[in-house]
Write a protein that binds this ligand. Structure first.
Ligand SMILES: [Zn+2]
Length: 165
């Protein structure tokens, strides 16, 4: 199972995810997406070589298509089909990357992050209060960590401790 162990890396992953969404929504170009992904990946601290290579392989795929795209601009109609195939491959790679990131974010929350001191407060079986912004949110999670949807702070989940006793 691939894991990241730092809250800092969780933030990089979330930024990567946002870039992928922006690309899907046509707000940024492919070249900008590649640049951002490479930058954010290189900033991560708890990522191992194996996992880093998985990311780099996916990025290499879209990077190659991006380079081909530039060459193709001068070429003829016979390449139209390839163009369609290339776009499909880009879409598929973006979906793969999103899934990899979501899995990592999910896995991160499953283990207690001992560098984080804050604990959320359980109001009842459905609601938690963030110790950072004091906002309540609905959550039925029993994971070790929970993240506040308002301020994005990660806190320990009080229900996780209860479960262990
Ligand atoms: Zn909060």
């Amino acid at each position: 199972m691939d894991v990241i162990s730092k809250e800092y890396d969780r933030r990089q992953l979330k930024l990567m995810y946002e870039c992928l969404l922006s690309f899907q929504n046509k707000q940024i170009r492919l070249s900008e997406l590649i640049g951002s992904l490479e930058f954010l990946l290189s900033a991560m601290e708890s990522i191992n070589k194996n996992l880093e290579n998985k990311f780099l392989n996916e990025i290499a795929t879209i990077d190659l298509i991006n380079s081909l795209e530039i060459i193709k601009e001068t070429e003829d109609k016979n390449l139209q089909f390839n163009k369609k195939e290339s776009y499909e491959l880009v879409d598929k790679t973006v979906v793969n990357l999103k899934k990899m990131i979501l899995d990592l974010l999910t896995n991160y929350l499953k283990k207690p992050d001992l560098k984080i001191e804050e604990s959320a407060i359980a109001v009842d079986a459905r609601w938690l209060i963030c110790s950072n912004c004091n906002d309540a949110w609905e959550s039925v999670s029993y994971d070790a960590m929970v993240e506040c949807p308002k301020c994005d702070q990660v806190c320990h989940n009080p229900r996780y401790k209860k479960l262990k006793k």
